[in-house]
Design a binder for this molecule. Structure first.
Ligand code: MRU
Length: 349
């Protein structure tokens, strides 16, 4: 097995982020020395994927604590920065979860203790995410009895997490058992996370895969070439409704029509018990230019009006199961997720 790709690393007193906008053409790292640098990397999708932006947010807060540490009203200023990082992307709950967890953890600490505490929390979250993804992979692989063809969407691999991946982690675990016949990779318009990132990761690991455009999924299912769909999640509401990359809902509907299992793989930190239903999940809308162009090249008239929601919501009843690091949740998802979840866990211990 090849070493995990890591999207973010701490090097001494700075944080380096693998610039995913440049992949697969080139591997370039951005050096971040402030919370603003990290926020910018999150907003522009240099780093993306729900668990990865949670970890990045926490490192951003640590950088701010180092930078502000001698200033007056240190905690007030740090909280302001936390608020700005927290809102960099609204849909993936992992970002808010990580920042809120950090703020409650440093409450009452002396200013000179805060930096070390945040650094430990970020390092711990990163390490735990890698471990949890391997557990998720094992739980997910346990759902299958032999070789399979998996269709996946967007990028849920090492690049979207601290390493190994969620849905792609399940794929990696299946591959380790010799059970991947083929992965069908949706290219994932508008930003092509499937074509640029998932294809790159699968190729890196030597996992058999074919790239398809998003509009081919139904045809492949009708031909009997898909045994299961596995995707990630950005936020799972209390009732199990799940927000994920735009196009996921359509896949779930197609999978149900063709009687193909549709699985979500996500850590418990993506479960948001405070959001009762999917229609209350904030959906990020991004720049019209992402739709009007592909890789910087215009494909539509400049003035063409555009709708560009980055995520959609799959209702819980279309989901066969949710794979987490603590086990697999089945319908009724509301109850099974609730019993798996421990949303107030201590990141620092
Ligand atoms: O806009 P992105 O690239 O951050 O969207 C990412 C996704 O939708 C992923 O499927 C999700 O974050 C799960 S990543 C393990």
């Amino acid at each position: 097995m090849t070493a995990d790709i890591e999207p973010i690393r701490r090097v001494g007193d700075v944080v380096e982020i693998l610039d995913q906008r440049k992949l697969p053409a080139s591997v370039e790292w951005i050096t971040c020395t402030t919370g603003c640098d990290v926020r910018e990397a999150i907003v522009t999708l240099a780093i993306r994927g729900a668990p990865a932006i949670g970890i990045a947010g926490l490192y951003g807060l640590w950088l701010e604590a180092q930078r502000l540490h001698d200033q007056e009203n240190f905690l007030g200023q740090l909280r302001q920065s936390a608020e700005s990082i927290r809102h960099a992307r609204p849909t993936a709950v992992n970002l808010a979860w990580a920042i809120d967890g950090a703020l409650s953890e440093i409450n009452g600490l002396d200013a000179n203790q805060v930096g070390d505490r945040l650094r430990t929390m970020a390092d711990t979250l990163k390490m735990r995410d890698q471990q949890d993804n391997r557990l998720m992979g094992e739980w997910g692989a346990g759902l299958f009895a032999g070789p399979v063809r998996i269709l996946t969407h967007c990028n849920t691999g090492s690049l979207a997490t601290a390493g190994f991946g969620t849905a792609l982690g399940v794929v990696r675990s299946l591959h380790q058992k010799g059970w991947i016949r083929e992965v069908l990779v949706d290219e994932t318009r508008p930003l092509l996370q499937g074509a640029r990132l998932t294809a790159w990761e699968l190729h890196h690991d030597g996992i058999p895969a074919r790239l398809v455009t998003d509009s081919m999924a139904g045809h492949l299912m009708a031909l009997g070439q898909v045994d299961a769909v596995i995707v990630g999640a950005d936020r799972i509401a209390h009732n199990g409704d799940t927000a994920n990359k735009i196009g996921t809902y359509g896949l779930a509907v197609l999978a149900r029509y063709h009687a193909i299992p549709f699985y979500i793989a996500a850590p418990i930190s993506t479960f948001d018990p405070d959001t009762p239903h999917g229609d209350q999940i904030p959906i990020e809308e991004r720049s019209p230019d992402e739709v009007r162009s592909i890789l910087g090249k215009n494909i539509a008239p400049n003035a063409m009006p555009v709708y560009n929601p980055a995520f959609d919501v799959t209702p819980h009843f279309l989901i066969s199961a949710i794979i987490t690091e603590r086990g697999v949740a089945y319908e009724p998802l509301e109850q099974s997720l609730h019993s798996l979840a421990n949303p107030h866990q201590d990141l620092g211990s």
